[in-house]
Design a protein around this ligand. Structure first.
Ligand code: DX5
Ligand code: ZN
Length: 223
C-alpha cells in the first residue's frame, strides 16, 4: 500500500486549518510536518506549538520531519504536540542510537532520514531499529525543488537490504515528487510519498493523489 503524505510546508500559512481539512478530504494518508531550525538547514519553518494547534482538527497521521540540530532536546515537545511518527536526521544527532531509543520508548513510530550527500551505508546499521527510513530526494531546507534521481538508488539498496533482513520497513521519499515522477520512487521500493507543492499548490488535490496512486500501482517494486 502506498501512503501519500502532503507536506504542510506548501500550505497557506494564514489558513492552516482549512488547508489541512482540504487535503484530508481529498484522500491524504499522512500530514507531513517539516520542522526547520535555521541551523541544521538554512530555513526556519514552524515548531511544536503549530503542530499542537492543528492536532485537534485532524485525524491524519502526523508525520513529523525534524530538520533540527540535536533533536533529542525536543522529542518530548513533539510527542506532546501529537506526533505519530518522528523522523530525525542521521546528520543532526550527537547520538543517533540514543535518540531513536528515546522516541521508541515514547510509543511513537521512529524514523531516520539521510540527506542526499550522506552515503546509504551509514543508514543500513539502523534499519532494524526504526519503523521507517526517509531518503531525502532533495537537499533539505526548501519545498519546490527538483528531485535528484540518483537518490533513488539508495531507496533500492535500503529496500533490498530490509527484505534480506526480513524487516517490514516503510521507506519514505521526500522532495520534488509529483504524479509525473512518483513511479521512479515506487519502482525503487518507496511506499510513503511526501509531496508538498504538487498537492497543496493544486486546485484539485484529489486528482493529483489519485494520479500518484495509479502511477504507483502501475510501477510496483520488483526485487
Ligand atoms: C524539504 C522538505 C520537504 C518539502 C517537500 O526540506 O523536507 O518535505 O517540503 O516539498 P516539495 O514536494 O514541494 O518538494
Ligand atoms: Zn520533509
Amino acid at each position: 500500500m502506498i501512503y501519500i503524505a502532503p507536506s504542510l510546508l506548501a500550505a497557506d500559512f494564514a489558513n492552516l486549518e482549512s488547508d489541512v481539512r482540504r487535503i484530508a478530504d481529498a484522500g491524504a494518508n499522512y500530514l507531513h510536518l517539516d520542522v526547520m531550525d535555521g541551523a541544521f538547514v538554512p530555513n526556519i519553518s514552524f515548531g511544536a506549538p503549530v503542530i499542537a494547534a492543528l492536532r485537534p482538527h485532524s485525524k491524519l497521521i502526523f508525520d513529523v520531519h525534524l530538520m533540527i540540530n540535536d533533536p533529542l532536546r525536543y522529542i518530548d515537545d513533539f510527542v506532546k504536540a501529537g506526533a505519530d511518527i518522528i523522523t530525525i536526521h542521521l546528520e543532526s544527532c550527537q547520538n543517533v542510537e540514543k535518540t531513536l531509543q528515546y522516541i521508541r520508548e515514547r510509543d511513537v513510530r521512529c524514523a531516520l532520514a539521510i540527506s542526499p550527500a550522506t552515503p546509504v551505508e551509514q543508514l543500513l546499521p539502523y534499519l532494524s531499529k526504526i519503523d521507517m527510513a526517509l531518503i531525502m530526494t532533495v537537499v533539505p531546507g526548501f519545498g519546490g525543488q527538483s528531485l535528484i534521481p540518483e537518490t533513488l538508488d539508495k531507496v533500492r539498496i535500503v529496500r533490498r537490504y530490509a527484505d534480506n533482513m526480513g524487516l517490514k520497513l516503510d521507506i519514505e521519499v521526500d522532495g520534488g515528487l509529483k504524479a509525473e515522477n512518483v513511479h521512479l520512487a515506487t519502482e525503487a521500493g518507496a511506499n510513503v510519498i511526501v509531496a508538498g507543492s504538487a498537492i497543496f499548490n493544486s486546485k484539485r488535490p484529489r486528482e493529483v493523489m489519485t494520479a500518484m496512486r495509479a502511477s504507483a500501482a502501475e510501477h510496483p517494486y520488483r526485487a
